[in-house]
Design a protein around this ligand. Structure first.
Ligand SMILES: [Zn+2]
Length: 117
């Protein structure tokens, strides 16, 4: 029940902001490829929340477009690489480790990835 209410609220907010319906198609496949549950640390953010976190990233972040996920990689390069590979296998753009940290993997499904993603 809570999940249904949350999903309906999310769809309402995304329609209000003209965004995509969440979750991105590759998220489930990434979990399947990884082979065990992933801990989600970020997903959809409404533009107001994104602005609260980092106003500079408001128009750069894929989180407010509804096509991005962050998963915990427990500050492990090995886990980070495994999650990255699982996401890439599902056609994700993955933020390079050098631009992020090894505490999470940012993956999104924007379509055309930036160079090096
Ligand atoms: Zn992210």
């Amino acid at each position: 029940m809570v999940v249904v209410v949350f999903r309906n609220l999310l769809r309402f907010l995304q329609r209000r902001h003209g965004e995509r319906i969440y979750p991105p198609a590759g998220a489930d496949g990434t979990r399947t490829n990884y082979g065990s549950p992933l801990t989600t640390t970020a997903a959809y953010r409404c533009p107001d929340k994104q602005n609260d976190i980092n106003s500079r990233a408001l128009y750069d972040s894929r989180h407010h477009h509804g096509d991005a996920m962050d998963w915990s990689s427990s500050s492990s390069d090995t886990i980070w690489t495994s999650i990255k590979n699982a996401a890439k296998y599902n056609y994700a753009c993955v933020e390079p480790l050098a631009q992020s940290t090894n505490d999470h993997v940012h993956a999104d499904w924007r379509g055309i990835c930036p160079t090096g993603w």
